[in-house]
Design a protein around this ligand. Structure first.
Ligand code: NAP
Length: 310
């Protein structure tokens, strides 16, 4: 079994930052990423609030820059695994990590696997996913050029992706279950005056309509209780994220929603296991905060190695 000082799991901004800091500390590092580096950054077009880029930056370019910086620090002790982590078994001295069908061991593990989009569970949603129902405007927006779409959600993702979609579509319904939106005021201001956007507040979607592809949705005004059908060609769902937690060990403390509980130093309840980025139980989920988490987690992992050096 291959042995490392630290395993970083996940190649989003938290994992890439943790890997960068750990490479600079010259520990024996394993870095596990199941797809391409970038994580959720790759699901959006631009990032406007990452410091250092006053005009904003194309999201995949930022991901590429972060990945290139990690690459620049790679050393002979470094090993990259392009597969999925399936399990972690914690131990007193060493922790075991199963990557695909291979087990490796390490003194410390930094979990940065982030989160995945949440489904609404509507009738028709699962059946029509990929046939008009989407969770990624950047991936699927082009299929809806000059068409009518609905965007569901009231957070930053819904507002930001709705604004992106207005560049492609003929008309967009922005549908939110409350009157107040939780997304940033600067996005709200742009959405509410956009000529292509019709905002439906205090409205929920109860059904996605369509046989082989989406043809409409049923919406319900939560105040009046009235339901009506709206013709749309596509439905984009942005109602938050769930942790990527299928491989987490049972003894790792999580909150009620499955996110990993850490202290301010990114330490979990299990010595030698750290968590950073969106997998962590916290309120602020930003690229900037993920980067900060990654740096802190790497620092804590190095301190842990030093205090456990024999
Ligand atoms: P979010 O902030 O959790 O918002 C989810 C939205 O979906 C909320 O408006 C919520 O309504 C709604 N919702 C949840 N469950 C629903 C249901 N069953 N039916 C109808 N509506 C439902 O999620 P997010 O927008 O994906 O953002 C996730 C995190 O990433 C946040 O921390 C966000 O700030 C961050 N983010 C930041 C940026 C940026 O800074 N540019 C961009 C994207 C994401 P309620 O409001 O009623 O709860």
């Amino acid at each position: 079994m291959k042995t490392f000082d630290v395993v970083v799991i996940g190649g989003g901004p938290a994992g890439l930052t943790a890997a960068l800091y750990l490479l600079r500390s010259e520990v024996r590092l394993a870095f596990v990423e199941k797809l391409s580096p970038g994580g959720q950054m790759l699901l959006t077009e631009r990032i406007d609030n990452y410091p250092g880029f006053p005009e904003g930056i194309v999201a995949y370019e930022l991901a590429d820059l972060m990945a290139a910086q990690v690459k620049a620090w790679e050393n002979s002790q470094f090993e990259r695994f392009n597969d999925e982590v399936r399990a972690i078994e914690t131990g007193d001295e060493m922790h075991k990590v199963r990557i695909g069908d291979e087990w490796i061991v390490a003194k410390a593990v930094v979990i940065c696997t982030g989160a995945q989009y949440r489904r609404l569970g509507l009738p028709g949603e699962r059946e029509l996913t990929g046939r008009g129902v989407s969770y990624c405007a950047l991936c699927d927006g082009n299929f809806f050029r000059d068409k009518v779409v609905a965007v569901i959600g009231g957070g930053n993702s819904a507002l930001e992706e709705a604004l992106y979609l207005t560049r492609l579509v003929k008309k967009l319904y922005l549908i939110h279950r409350r009157d107040d939106f939780r997304g940033a005021k600067c996005y709200q201001d742009r959405c509410f005056v956009h000529p292509k956007m019709e905002v439906l507040r205090s409205t929920i979607v109860t059904r996605v309509i369509g046989e082989s592809e989406v043809t409409g949705i049923t919406v319900k005004d939560v105040k009046s209780g009235k339901e009506r059908d709206i013709d749309v060609d596509g439905v984009f769902v942005f109602v938050g994220f769930e942790p990527q937690d299928s491989f987490l060990p049972d003894n790792l403390k999580t909150d009620g929603r499955g996110f990993v509980v850490t202290d301010t130093e990114m330490c979990t309840n299990v010595p030698g296991i750290f968590a950073a980025g969106d997998i962590r139980s916290k309120n602020c989920r930003q690229v900037a905060s993920a980067v900060g988490d990654g740096a802190v987690a790497a620092n804590s992992a190095v301190s842990y190695l030093e205090s456990h050096a024999k």
